[in-house]
Structures are given as C-alpha cells and as structure tokens.
Design a protein. Structure first.
Length: 336
C-alpha cells in the first residue's frame, strides 16, 4: 500500500499568446486525477469481471456463446444474443471456440486473449448490480467503503461509472468505468496478494506514523489462482508478450484499450486510445503493483503501456540506487 512512485507527463492545450498560437502545459497529476474525470479503464476490468462471474455462477463459460473473432468481414459472425437482445463485438486477432472457451482453462484463455465476446456477454449476465459488486470488491466503485483511503495526502477523484448511458455489454469491457491509475494499481495489488491495501503516501506527520492496513478480499484461492494464471499468460503468451523485462521480473498483468475520438486540426475527429497496462511482480510473491496509462495513445495497451513498463523496469536495473525495487533473481549480473 505504500506509494513509492508517481509520475505523469503534463497535458497541454493550444492557446493564442501575443498573436501567436502556442501550447501551454497543464499542471495536473494524472496519477491522482483523470482528464475530464473519465479515465475509462478498458480491459483492465476483465480480471474483476472474471472473479465476480465465478462467484455468481458455477461455470459462467457454459452460459455464453463461443467467440467468433472478427465481425468486420462477411460471414465472420461476431453477433451475440442475450435476453432477446443482440450486440456485435470484435475480438480482433483471436477466436476462442467452444473447446477452448469451455475447457478447464477457459477463464485463463479469456483473460490471456482479452476476449471481448466473453466479457461483453458476462456483463449482460451479471447486470448493473453485478458490475457494481465486481468493482466495489476492489475499491473501484464509489458506492463501496473500500473506495476510500486513509492517507491525508491523497485526494483522488471517486472511481465508478461515468454515466448511465453505456450498455451493459460495453461496461463489461471497461467502457464508462472510470478510475485513476493509482486506484487501478491498488486493485491489482489486491489481485496479487488477496488483500486490498490502504494507500499511504505520507509515512509520518510530526513523528506520528500514519495508519497503514487493508482488508482481505475473502475470495477462495481456487478462484484467485485462475485469474492470476490468466494474468501470467497475458505476459508470457497473450496481449503483452514479447517484452524482455516483463518476463525477466516474472510480471503478471493485464492490458487495456479504450477507443476514443479526439479533436484534430481538420473538421474530422481522429481515433485515439486510452492505453493501459496494470499488474504486479514478481508473480510468485508480489511486492510491487503498478499501473501505466496513456490517455491519448496511437496504439493499444499491449504496445504503448506494456512497453513503457518494460522500459521502466530496465531503467531501474540501470540505476544502482533503484535496483532494490527489482526482485533479486532479475537484477543485472553486474550486481554482486
């Protein structure tokens, strides 16, 4: 729960100054706040959805249609039905057929591949109350007492829903669900340890040590272990694979990508992404949790955010003072 590091790159707005157009940075810490109070967390919501689904249903994988991958080309499917309502979704470059999705590792497969088809249908199955419970358990819903922290130095916007107009299937993959990066990092600390920590930025005030604690999630190990296995496979073979330092530090995590449309110099809007990568390391005995987000990225979380965390871990190893924040087995061989 101790906040060891926070950093953000300042956003900027275009202003006219002395007859010239100039860019002025905005002094704002995006780790605590989020632009326009809508930091949609995208697919980083999926581990929390998976846990809630396993708590509510004996086998949620048997209650959904199989994934059919892309829905953008003729005959490819991608159209799903629940309670006589239809929705379309693309899962991009993967297809989870019934055998893969409904096997003993179906949940792990769905997390590894970030399967929109499964989690959209799960959002409809659980309903609004189920979504609130899934988020509240990890301090990501403002109606939950777990969303508060005790540290006087942390003033964070309340997490939760950005509005009531988003359909349940879209909310199931993180649209309309907002949170600050620090809140998401806290939630992933809970995924790794089974305990939701209180955040502490200020260690002591006038010599008085500030409260520091947390609360157990109360979730069976058999459920948490399946989600943790899925988060490990995200890095080793899924949407965040191929990054050397994530593998070297035995990181587990989840990518997230939320599409948004931003103003451009011309009359048309341009496609941008909220690009996330959140997780913890080492996966065998987690001690560090993290969350990285680009609010106006040009690519998804598997590239921008995961690559940034990978570079950050490499820079830790390159600094003799900061190597202690890496697990012993992953440190450079130059260190004795």
């Amino acid at each position: 729960g101790d906040v060891l590091c926070m950093a953000s790159f300042p956003r900027a707005i275009e202003l006219e100054f002395e007859g010239k157009q100039t860019w002025m940075p905005i002094a704002k810490n995006a780790c605590l706040d989020t632009p326009f109070r809508q930091g949609y967390i995208g697919s980083t919501i999926k581990p929390f959805m998976a846990i809630e689904g396993m708590l509510r249903f004996e086998n949620p994988l048997h209650l959904v249609e199989e994934c059919r991958g892309r829905n953008g080309r003729s005959g490819s499917g991608g159209r799903f039905y629940y309670q006589n309502r239809a929705f379309s979704i693309s899962c991009n470059q993967h297809v989870l057929r019934g055998l893969e999705l409904q096997c003993s590792e179906g949940i792990e497969n769905a997390i590894q591949e970030s399967c929109n088809a499964f989690f959209c249908q799960l959002g409809r199955l659980m309903g609004r109350e189920g979504l609130e419970s899934a988020l509240g358990r990890f301090g990501l819903f403002s109606g939950s007492p777990r969303s508060t922290t005790t540290d006087p130095g942390l003033r964070i916007l309340e997490p939760g829903f950005a509005g009531s107009t988003w359909p349940l299937n879209r909310m199931g993959i993180g649209y309309g669900v907002k949170a600050a990066p620090l809140q998401v990092a806290r939630a992933y600390a809970a995924l790794g340890t089974g305990r939701l920590p209180d955040l502490r930025l200020v260690q002591s005030i006038d010599g008085t040590v500030q409260p520091h604690g947390g609360s157990d999630l109360g979730i069976e190990d058999r459920i948490l272990s399946r989600v943790r296995a899925g988060l490990t496979r995200v890095v080793t073979r899924g949407t965040a694979n191929g990054h050397p330092w994530l593998s070297r530090t035995h990181t587990a995590g989840k990518t997230g990508t939320a599409i948004l449309w931003a103003p451009s110099p011309g009359p048309e809007l341009v496609k941008r992404y909220r690009s996330w990568f959140s997780g913890y390391y080492p996966r065998e005995d987690p001690t560090i949790a993290f969350s990285c987000v680009f609010f106006g990225a040009r690519s998804g979380g598997g590239k921008m955010a995961a690559r940034t965390i990978d570079s950050f871990l490499a820079r830790l190893d390159a600094d003799a003072r900061l190597r202690r924040y890496l697990p012993d087995f992953s440190r450079s061989r130059r260190v004795r």
